[in-house]
Design a protein around this ligand. Structure first.
Ligand SMILES: *Cc1c(COP(=O)(O)O)cnc(C)c1O
Length: 386
């Protein structure tokens, strides 16, 4: 058993982030400026997006996207219960309704075959989430959206770098929102990115990210800029700082290497656990690249004498950090009480949640770290199988 505790997630940071941050500090420009512009262009180039707008979180990115499409009170947005708080709370910011559609059991993503039945005259958007970094099945979603004339806004907080049918997530839907939170596949501490191919949406997001002002601070205060600006709407304060963007620039350079390491770890886990009848390894799609932000293991509870909570407790005793993704939105008090959901209303999400355990998967893990997780999981299975 390991001597020290293996955290569930750790960012992969070194001298390269420090060098970029030092440059930002030395330049005297610490808020939105040249580093942010550079990060936006570099990110846009990597995913092949026409517009990339850096903001201070993925939550902000999704809020701005919904604002840009004109979401209003009483409108509905179709999304999944199997996600983090942010995806649905941004819909509530408008006093609109998140219509939760159950997941398909293989990948934890929204079930496209259930969407049509959830569409009403008030539906204004579909918001899929690419859980763990495995893209939702976007083609059928786009087909429904096209027929209904509504946009698709992706919560791609886990999905960098992910591909769907040969194309990188970031260019596939009307708007794609990424997260650079501390635990995500690349980090700026806190941060997010809005990608879109649509000029009008990009323009609106950019303006609303900074007080609804028609020119940003960088343009205003540099030599070629002017002092004049106009407030065209009551916007928000969602801009990314140059200190954060500096970190992002260095992270982006390492993104491929970090992704390859996570993939290696996922393969090692898959090889170790695929033969165990007590466990179910994460599903993968032939037509997609999984970003492996999370490794979502499932327990076959009928084959074990312990439940998921006890399994987590056993991991902790063996010095392994683990987590659960996600407690479905509809069983949280707010959504349960506001919309009257019962757990069995979205049965697949509830059932799969009850047996999910996320194992550590981050690029800084050593071979010994990976082996210690494998050993711990195997030991727990052996001692608690029926
Ligand atoms: C992390 C996360 C978010 C929120 O990202 P922030 O950058 O922290 O706002 C949104 N959706 C999902 C699925 C997430 O995991």
């Amino acid at each position: 058993m390991r001597e020290n505790f293996l955290p569930f997630a750790l960012p992969d940071l070194d001298e390269s982030e420090l060098a970029e941050i030092r440059e930002a500090l030395n330049s005297g420009w610490v808020t939105t400026g040249p580093k942010t512009k550079q990060f936006e262009s570099a990110f846009a180039a990597v995913v092949g997006a026409k517009h990339a707008i850096a903001v201070n979180s993925c939550t902000a990115a999704m809020h701005l996207a919904l604002e840009a499409i004109g979401l209003k009170q009483g409108d509905e947005v179709i999304t999944t219960p199997y996600t983090f708080a942010a995806t649905a709370e941004v819909i509530r910011y408008f006093d609109a309704r998140p219509v939760l559609v159950d997941i398909e059991p293989r990948f934890f993503n929204i079930d496209p075959s259930l969407i049509e039945a959830a569409v009403t005259a008030r539906t204004r958007a579909i918001m899929p989430v690419h859980i763990a970094g495995l893209p939702a099945d976007l083609d059928p979603l786009h087909e429904i959206a096209r027929r209904r004339g509504i946009p698709v806004i992706e919560d791609a907080a886990h999905a960098f770098p992910s591909t769907y049918r040969g194309r990188l997530v970031g260019t596939l839907s009307d708007v794609t929102c990424f997260s650079f939170y501390a635990t995500k596949t690349i980090t700026t501490g806190e941060g997010g990115m809005i990608c879109t191919e649509t000029d009008t949406l990009a323009e609106r997001c950019r303006i609303m990210a900074l007080h609804g002002i028609s020119k940003d601070a960088w343009k205003r205060y540099t030599a070629e800029g002017s002092w004049y600006y106009e407030i065209i709407a009551p916007g928000y304060k969602y801009n990314m700082t140059d200190v954060a963007a500096a970190m992002g620039i260095a992270q982006l350079r390492k993104a491929r290497t970090m992704y390859e390491r996570r993939r290696e770890i996922a393969q090692a886990y898959n090889a170790a656990f695929s033969g165990a009848g007590e466990l179910q390894i994460p599903g993968d799609r032939d037509d997609a690249q999984h970003a492996w932000h999370l490794y979502m293991l499932r327990l076959n509870l009928d084959r074990l004498r312990i439940n998921r909570a006890e399994f987590m407790e056993e991991l902790k005793k063996r010095n392994i950090g683990a987590s659960v993704h996600f407690i479905p939105l509809h069983i949280h008090p707010y959504y349960r009480d506001t919309f009257g959901y019962r757990p069995e209303d979205l049965p697949v999400a509830y059932r799969e949640y009850m047996r999910e355990v996320s194992l550590p998967i981050f690029s800084k893990m050593s071979g010994d770290d990976v082996q210690s997780v494998v050993d711990a999981v195997r030991a727990i299975v052996v001692s608690s199988r029926r």
